[in-house]
Ligand binder design. Structure first.
Ligand code: GSH
Length: 230
C-alpha cells in the first residue's frame, strides 16, 4: 500500500517541479484516456450504426392478448400485470391508457426502480420470487439475452411476459379489455384515425421519445447534432 505521507516526503510538490510531466501532456493524456473509456463504455451500453447513431434494439416479446380460439392469452380481469418505471416515457403511455380506459381494477401495476449498482431495474419487494426485472425476464424466457426493459405486460397465470413493446401494449389495453373497463366505449385508436395516429406516432417516436436517447447515446458530433435538431 502507498503511504502518501512518505511519498510526499520523497517528492515534495513544491521542490521537485522539474520531475513532473508538462501540464499540456497531462491534459492530452487525460482527454485521450477518458475518450477511449467513454467509447468503450458506450459501445457496450448503446448499439450504434457505423456513423455513431444510436440504434434501439427492437422489443423481442410480442404476443397479443385476444379472444381468438387457441390464443393462450385470453382477456381476463386480474390476470395481467404491468411492470413500469416512472422515469420511462414508454411506460408512461401504458399507464395513461390504463387510466383513460379505467382499467385500474382489472390490470395491476408494480413500479420498478433503477439500480445504480446493477445498472438495471429492481423490485421494491420480491415479485414472483424475483428481485430484479432481469430475473423476471429469465423466469419467462430462460436464457433471454436481450435488454430487460419496461414496460412489461406480465401474465400471472402462465408466469410469462406477454409483451414488452409499449406501442403494442397500449393497443391491447385499448381494445381487448372493454368487458372490464370503466370507460369501455372510449376508443383511443378508431379505424378512421388510425392512419393519422400512426403517422404522429412515428414522428414522435423518432424525434422526441427516441430522440432523447439518440442525443444521449450519439457517438459522433454529427449524429448528436442531427438527433438534436430533428
Ligand atoms: N420499445 C420499448 C422500449 C422500452 C425502453 O427502452 N425502456 C427503457 C426505459 S425508458 C428500459 O427499460 N431500459 C433498460 C435497458 O435498456 O436495459 C417500448 O416502447 O416498450
Amino acid at each position: 500500500m502507498i503511504n502518501i505521507r512518505n511519498f510526499q516526503k520523497k517528492i515534495p510538490l513544491t521542490q521537485n517541479k522539474g520531475n513532473f510531466l508538462p501540464p499540456k501532456l497531462i491534459i492530452k493524456l487525460g482527454k485521450f484516456v477518458w475518450t477511449e473509456l467513454w467509447h468503450l463504455m458506450m459501445s457496450r451500453l448503446a448499439p450504434r450504426n457505423q456513423s455513431g447513431d444510436y440504434i434501439r434494439p427492437s422489443s423481442q416479446l410480442r404476443s397479443f392478448i385476444g379472444t381468438e380460439e387457441g390464443n393462450p392469452y385470453q382477456p381476463a380481469a386480474g390476470r395481467y400485470h404491468l411492470y413500469v418505471g416512472l422515469s420511462c416515457p414508454w411506460a408512461h403511455r401504458t399507464l395513461i391508457v390504463r387510466a383513460l380506459k379505467g382499467l385500474e381494477a382489472a390490470i395491476s401495476v408494480s413500479v420498478v426502480s433503477p439500480s445504480a449498482v446493477s445498472g438495471g431495474w429492481v423490485f421494491n419487494q420480491p415479485e414472483e420470487g424475483c428481485h430484479t426485472l432481469a430475473e423476471l425476464y429469465e423466469l419467462s424466457e430462460p436464457g433471454y439475452s436481450g435488454r430487460c426493459t419496461v414496460p412489461v405486460l406480465w401474465d400471472k397465470q402462465t408466469k410469462t411476459i406477454v409483451n414488452n413493446e409499449s406501442a403494442e401494449i397500449i393497443v391491447m389495453l385499448n381494445s381487448e379489455f372493454n368487458e372490464f373497463a370503466v370507460n369501455s366505449t372510449l376508443n383511443l385508436y378508431p379505424e378512421e384515425l388510425k392512419q393519422k395516429i400512426d403517422w404522429w406516432n412515428e414522428k414522435i417516436y423518432t424525434s422526441v421519445n427516441n430522440g432523447v436517447y439518440r442525443c444521449c447515446f450519439a457517438q459522433s458530433q454529427e449524429t448528436y447534432n442531427q438527433a438534436c435538431n430533428e
